[in-house]
Design a protein around this ligand. Structure first.
Ligand code: NBP
Length: 498
């Protein structure tokens, strides 16, 4: 009797990401077995024309046990399932909101052998991945938590992947992951996938990727809103501006799709679709995670936080409509000086603000690496984001070069290229923020980035007064500029001789 065919990897979770990753893996020569909780979706998927064209390189299973039985040893099982679920699993449910992955792990454990690998490719909170890696290592199972970016198209044609977890698992999945990931470099020689670090490092970096994406989207929206309201640009003109910007140092996926959005008409009304969309932004939570974790670390990731708040205030649509009838702004409506010069200034404000946003993201990752004991290679991370993912941009090459030149770079703003770029953008950036303020146009991304820049470059800040206040009302003490290494000091502010 012929022995049953064994597959290179198993994938559970046949929603949009899972299906596309599976097809991508098969296209790169791997044999894949698939399973889904709702088993009818296995049959539906295998019945699609594309899946049928893959022949016996693709097989379906109708239970986890069947899936496990189809895999080559050591088995590799990738989960592409919802990373949050309301129903806690009994044994592992320390974090009930992330119970779906825990529930599947609990079901898988008795079916696996020592040395088998479980991979979570969802957008999981990194603390869950830290916990699961340790929990499974104690049971002889190797665990990987990997960020997968690029959405549906990325999953199908080449995502950016950020794996972390048990380092012993990496060589086992590396050939598959690097084969299916996006490629960059003059000859497409660099895969946008490499090992990030221990335990939850991969999911942390993916979270920062998403947070930086929030920042990029807000900054592009700031630019759009200023150009539309200060200059009155039409959608056709906005298209031309973004098209031009996409041929400059701002060349990126998000600028490219923004350019295209301005050309799409609503099939129902024939009017520009973007103007028909309700101005209330949604969010799935990774930006909020990054912001919360930045607060925990004490690192000022103000761009992502401001972007999360900007989405929050946008979604208060009814209140804003009411407030708009009560609260007034300045009388001036339009920028009165040279239009094309101002467009150039907005571009510079966008670029300088974007540099601040990425500077913050990398500072947060470096702080997290210290806190959670990971060894992160920032240059490598910039390269992984260079292709395949939503924040892919030409400028990430510059970030890689900056970290290659100085792996311990404290802040991207201090790297010669970025220092020069921000300094040359500075007058334009200030004029754009000033104009937005004068005209009453909200520009949360641009202005918080400029505040960050001005704070970071200030030798002195007014925190001496804050310390005095804290000591006055709460005896919280302070240090003295004229007595380094001494202290802390306290003053009886009420009774001290004035
Ligand atoms: P979804 O996030 O919508 O998840 C749907 C899949 O999860 C289905 O296969 C579903 O099975 C399965 N599932 C659920 Br829901 N609860 C489950 C449970 N308790 N046990 C087992 N399976 C369960 O799919 P997606 O959009 O393809 O995303 C998959 C993962 O990839 C998510 O973690 C997501 O955050 C991440 N991600 C998504 C994108 C994107 O652009 N969509 C990009 C990057 C990363 P069912 O068919 O039985 O309901």
């Amino acid at each position: 009797m012929a022995s049953e065919k064994k597959y290179d990897i198993g994938l559970m979770g046949l929603a949009v990401m899972g299906q596309n990753l599976v097809l991508n893996m098969v296209d790169h020569g791997f044999d894949v077995a698939v399973f889904n909780r709702t088993t009818s979706k296995v049959d539906d998927f295998l019945a699609t024309e594309e899946a049928r064209s893959k022949g016996d390189k693709l097989a379906g299973a109708h239970s986890l046990a069947e899936l496990v039985g189809k895999l080559k040893s050591p088995r590799k099982i990738m989960l592409m399932i919802k990373s949050k679920d309301a129903v806690p699993a009994p044994e592992l449910a320390l974090y009930p909101e992330n119970a779906a992955v825990d529930a599947v792990i609990a079901e898988l454990l008795p079916l696996l052998d020592q040395g088998d690998v479980i991979i979570d490719g969802g957008n999981t909170q990194f603390k869950d991945t830290e916990r699961r890696t340790k929990y499974l290592a104690q049971r002889g199972i190797r665990y990987i938590g990997t960020g997968v970016s690029g959405g549906e198209e990325g999953a199908r044609r080449g995502p950016s992947m950020m794996p972390g977890g048990d380092p012993e698992a990496w060589p086992l999945v590396k050939p598959i992951f690097q084969a299916i990931s996006a490629k960059v470099g003059p000859n497409g020689e660099f895969p946008c996938c490499d090992w990030i670090g221990d335990r939850g490092a991969g999911h942390y970096v993916k979270m920062v990727h998403n947070g930086v994406e929030y920042g990029d989207m807000q900054l592009i929206s700031d630019a759009y809103w200023i150009l539309k309201n200060a200059l009155g640009l039409s959608n056709a003109e906005l298209h031309d501006v973004f098209a031009k910007w996409n041929e400059s140092e701002l060349d990126s996926y998000l600028v490219e799709i923004t350019r295209d959005i301005f050309t799409v008409d609503d099939p129902e009304t024939g009017e520009p679709l973007v103007d028909k969309i309700l101005d209330a932004a949604g969010a799935k939570g990774t930006g909020k995670w990054m912001s919360q974790l930045a607060l925990d670390l004490g690192t000022p990731s103000t761009l992502v936080t401001e972007a999360v708040y900007a989405r929050a205030i946008s979604s208060m649509k009814d209140q804003r409509v009411r407030a708009s009838k009560v609260l007034s702004g300045p009388n001036a409506q339009r920028y009165q000086r040279d239009k094309s010069e101002f467009i150039g200034q907005v571009k510079q404000a966008l670029y300088a603000s974007k540099i601040c946003s990425y500077a913050q993201g990398f500072v947060q990752m470096q702080a997290a690496a210290k806190e959670y004991d990971w060894k992160l290679d920032c240059g490598k991370i910039a390269l992984l984001w260079r292709g395949g993912c939503i924040i892919r941009a030409v400028f990430l090459e510059r970030i890689k070069e900056a970290f290659d030149a100085d792996p311990n770079l404290e802040n991207l703003l201090l790297a010669p290229y970025f220092k020069a770029a921000v300094e040359s953008a500075q007058p334009a950036w200030r004029n754009v923020v000033k104009t937005a303020i004068e005209l009453g146009i909200p520009a949360p991304g641009f202005s918080t980035a400029l505040t960050y820049y001005d704070s970071y470059r200030s030798e002195k800040l007014p925190a001496n007064l804050i310390q005095a206040q804290r000591d006055y009302f709460g005896a919280h003490t302070y240090l003295r500029v004229d007595k380094p290494g001494e202290g802390p000091f306290h003053t009886d502010w009420i009774n001290v001789k004035k």
